[in-house]
Design a protein around this ligand. Structure first.
Ligand code: SAH
Length: 216
């Protein structure tokens, strides 16, 4: 339960997540403990606990809290997991994951976003998160394999190179669909019998683009 000293907007935030179907207590706790106001632009602080996506630097967005909670819940994160996030953005999703997993590697193609996310995560003491400036379509082989992969930018299809990064039993979640329309959240589980796909809910994410951004 959110603690009694929480301001009303944080109580409402928890209620909205529960009402929309989030029931995993560890996920709700992480959403309660990580201050979203730290991850939004200064001008949007008053709206930090509304259930909506908000603009951040470089024309990108911090995802809607429900979508962050839902994707996290669907990943079934555990303390021993190594997790890869593609699309650091503000660093908010990575901060939530840092509470629930052993280690998080998050990759962002904009230097400005990677640097500010790294600074926020350090300030919050999320010391099991590594923020890497890079192209999520080209994860260095030295990064190894992951128990969980979360893609937070839209792609038309899930490249085989992503599912190859999954450990046996691993789960990947990604928004799949047209870059500027509605995508479907797809969950892929790597089982002994092969990859099992499941379509979850409709979402809207900014597109995944190849390469490190040339602008800052
Ligand atoms: N998870 C973020 C929101 C992601 S917005 C949060 O919690 O705030 C999507 C992000 O993916 C953007 O910052 C965008 O720059 C980044 N992105 C898009 N294509 C990418 C790629 N190929 N590699 C790494 N990051 C990418």
């Amino acid at each position: 339960m959110p603690n009694a000293q929480n301001p009303p907007e944080k109580m409402r935030f928890q209620l909205t997540l529960r009402r929309r179907g989030i029931s995993d207590q560890a996920v709700l706790r992480a959403m309660d403990e990580i201050p979203r106001e730290v991850f939004v632009e200064a001008a949007d602080r008053a709206d930090a606990y509304r259930d909506s996506a908000l603009p951040i630097a470089c024309g990108q967005t911090i995802s809607q809290p429900f979508v962050v909670a839902y994707m996290t819940e669907q990943l079934h994160p555990q303390k021993q997991h190594r997790v890869l996030e593609i699309g650091t953005g503000s660093g908010y999703q990575a901060a939530i994951l840092s509470r629930l997993c052993g280690q998080v590697l998050t990759i962002e193609r904009y230097r400005t976003l990677a640097d500010s996310a790294r600074a926020r995560l350090e300030r919050l003491g999320c010391d099991n998160v590594e923020v890497m400036l890079g192209d999520g379509f080209d994860v260095p082989a030295s990064a190894g394999r992951f128990d969980r992969i979360i893609v937070t930018a839209a792609m038309e299809r899930i490249p085989e190179s992503f599912t190859q990064l999954l450990e046996p039993g691993g789960i990947l979640i990604a928004p799949v669909g047209p870059p500027h329309g509605v995508q479907t959240l797809v969950r892929v589980v790597r089982t002994d019998a092969g990859l099992v796909h499941k379509e979850l809910v409709d979402v809207r994410f900014v597109p995944a683009l190849p390469g490190i951004a040339r602008e800052l």
